[in-house]
Design a protein around this ligand. Structure first.
Ligand SMILES: O=C(O)CCC(=O)C(=O)O
Length: 321
């Protein structure tokens, strides 16, 4: 691409980012204390692709009052569940030039609770974070303590959730910045979560790097990073929004970061394709509902932006006849 064309594209990115801020983004995540109707949710959130916190939106779910450690021990203490273990709390993040997956272990839930209660007595950071509808697959004994769907969302989106996930972990466990193709309704049951959100229109300022995959393995008390030779390299975001290296990635300064704290009993609507980074308090428990996004005109524009940023057509691109 010649210089002139490059300058045109950069100025288009700047105007997209500026116009988005001026016309539709807010300076903080909107909040309500009243559950939206399906129509309000569609009109004010899904359609404009804007996040919303519904304070006390899950306060009256049975889980919010029932899920003490004592209760969980008595109901699922003997069950083996999948836990992600890392040396530093960063699962699925770039380390030493590789995308490093956590070591997945099956341990008894009561042993996991012991570790959460005494994190300094164990090597590594433990996080129950499997995202394959884990609440339904691994925690079915307690699944009845939360609704099977979020009614206003199912009505608005005209579908049932694709996955319902259970999250519980150490305060050092961090979910690195990424985006998902889901409309996400995220309920915090115990503790609180801190989200950093960046809108999809800021994609040009987000540094992606395509790196080989690897996995943590603990042997004799030491974690090592083992390369996954047979896996394909993947693109992942190479910046920590808590401590961004703006010398390396100066454009990241343009990103419009929204920060919000979601307390126990609150619901967050996290729109599809928004970049998010998540932290939590010790032993924080959450349940989230992923609804498949609609592959609509917003998605098509996003894909165009991605193509402009990378200079490459999308992976599933089919040459027109
Ligand atoms: O709670 C977390 O640690 C991450 C949540 C997340 O990434 C999601 O719900 O998509």
């Amino acid at each position: 691409m010649d210089q002139e064309e490059n300058a045109k594209i950069t100025s288009s990115f700047e105007s997209l980012s500026r116009e988005s801020k001026e016309l539709y983004l807010h300076s903080c995540v909107s909040e309500t204390e009243v559950e939206p109707t399906a129509l309000q949710f569609m009109k004010k959130c899904v359609s404009p692709n804007l996040p919303l916190i519904i304070r006390e939106g899950c306060k009256y779910w049975p889980a919010t009052s029932k899920w003490s450690h004592e209760y969980l021990r008595s109901v699922i203490g003997n069950k083996f569940v999948t836990v992600a273990v890392t040396p530093n709390g960063y699962a699925d993040a770039i380390r030493e030039g590789q995308f490093v997956l956590p070591e997945e272990r099956k341990i008894k839930f009561s042993d996991f609770l012991d570790i959460i209660e005494n994190p300094d007595k164990t090597n590594g950071v433990y996080y129950v974070q499997k995202q394959d509808s884990s609440l339904v697959k691994e925690f079915q004994e307690i699944a009845e303590d939360v609704p099977k769907e979020i009614v206003f969302a199912s009505l608005a989106l005209e579908k049932k959730p694709d996955a319902i996930n259970f999250w519980m972990g150490d305060k050092r466990a961090v979910t690195s910045m990424h985006k998902d193709p889901f409309e996400n309704i995220y309920g915090v049951i115990k503790g609180h979560k801190d989200f950093i959100l960046i809108p999809p229109t800021d994609l040009p300022w987000i540094p992606y790097k395509t790196v080989p995959q690897a996995v943590y393995k603990e042997t004799t008390g030491q974690f090592e990073i083992v390369s996954l030779e047979d896996s394909d390299p993947i693109p992942w975001i190479d910046i920590d929004p808590l401590n961004p290296d703006v010398e390396k990635y100066p454009k990241f300064k343009n990103a419009h970061m929204l920060r919000c704290r979601v307390h126990a009993g609150d619901l967050l609507y996290l729109p599809s394709m928004w970049f998010h980074h998540v932290r939590q308090t010790q032993g924080c428990i959450a349940v989230n509902y992923w609804y498949d996004m609609d592959y609509d005109i917003k998605y098509a524009y996003y894909t165009m932006l991605e193509t402009l940023c990378t200079g490459k057509p999308p992976e599933d691109y089919i040459e027109p006849l």
